[in-house]
Ligand binder design. Structure first.
Ligand code: PLP
Length: 288
């Protein structure tokens, strides 16, 4: 349960006092967007990238966020300070506001509902060192996966498949083509090069994915944004997934198939090292 102070439509209030209307479109339709940003040492990692993506998601679904980007950014910073978050996340959500239930947009100037709250969250160090297992699922989501929308039913069903089988993540595929994880991007290493699905409407272009691309480019590791198949995935040298909370997470098994040596591979390891350096550059030295 989230505690402390949360931000709700312009006010900083106690968690227990933060209530939403039953006709909020986020609640009724999942008609809204969200972001999860990472806090290390009390500092936000890749804040601008996340806030920009929030506004891009909003534009893509014709949703107006009732704050300017820079004011919203200040709100998030203030919330982190008020809750004294050292290592954690901020969850940010904007819905299309409150109106009588109808599918089409509310008439007039109904303001979007804005919620933000913080949560303590430790780096998943053990999993990052040992690697995790995954399951493959058919990607049954809609065709605008580039929007970080509140509508997560396809992702939820996929993640449940993974969780009930004891796996960390479900990796999706449309037919033969691997898309992404239910809440992460998927990467394959083959012959020293990193492959990942191009940033089209079929995946969410992760901020972590973008940082990994920068790191690979900077260190001379070939980074290829090109689709690959389930067969290629299963015969990869290394696999990993990536997200704000999972960082660079090695995948050592996909269902019954052991990947590589069944341990985090050398390219994945290097990317993890460079990723940690990048965090420390932006958010100061991490406690180990
Ligand atoms: C949020 C998300 C990701 C990862 O994005 P990050 O910005 O790296 O956290 C990947 N896939 C999906 C479906 C997501 O919702």
């Amino acid at each position: 349960m989230t505690e402390g102070t949360v931000f709700l439509n312009g006010d900083y209030v106690k968690r227990s006092g933060a209530k939403v209307d039953i006709e909020d479109r986020g609640y009724q339709f999942g008609d809204g967007i969200y972001e999860v940003v990472r806090v290390y040492n009390g500092n936000v990692f890749t804040m601008d990238e996340h806030m920009e993506r929030l506004y891009q998601s909003a534009d893509k679904m014709k949703l107006k966020i009732p704050f300017e980007l820079k004011d919203f950014t200040s709100i998030v910073f203030k919330l982190i300070e008020m809750n004294n978050v050292q290592e954690g996340i901020v969850y940010i959500q904007v819905s299309r506001g409150i109106s009588t239930r109808q599918h089409h947009f509310p008439a007039g100037d109904v303001p979007g509902s804005v919620v933000a709250y913080t949560k303590e969250f430790k780096r998943p160090v053990k999993s990052m060192n040992e690697g995790v297992t995954t399951t493959l699922v058919e990607d049954i989501r809609w065709l605008r996966c580039d929007i970080k929308s509140l509508n997560l039913l396809g992702n939820i069903l996929a993640k449940e498949e993974a969780a009930s089988g004891g796996h960390f993540e479900a990796i999706g595929h449309r037919g033969e083509t691997v898309t992404e994880g239910s809440s992460s991007n998927a990467f394959m290493v083959k012959g020293g090069a990193v492959y990942t699905h191009p940033a089209t409407n079929l995946i969410l272009n992760g901020i972590t994915r973008r940082v990994i691309k920068e790191l690979a480019d900077a260190h001379g590791v070939k980074f290829v944004e090109k689709t690959f198949t389930v067969d290629e995935l299963l015969s990869a040298d290394e696999l990993f997934i990536a997200s704000t909370t999972s960082e660079v997470m090695p995948v050592i098994k996909v269902d019954e198939t052991v990947i590589g040596q069944g341990a985090p591979g050398p390219v994945t390891r290097k990317l993890q090292e460079w990723f940690t350096e990048r965090i420390e550059k932006e958010c100061n030295k991490l406690q180990v």
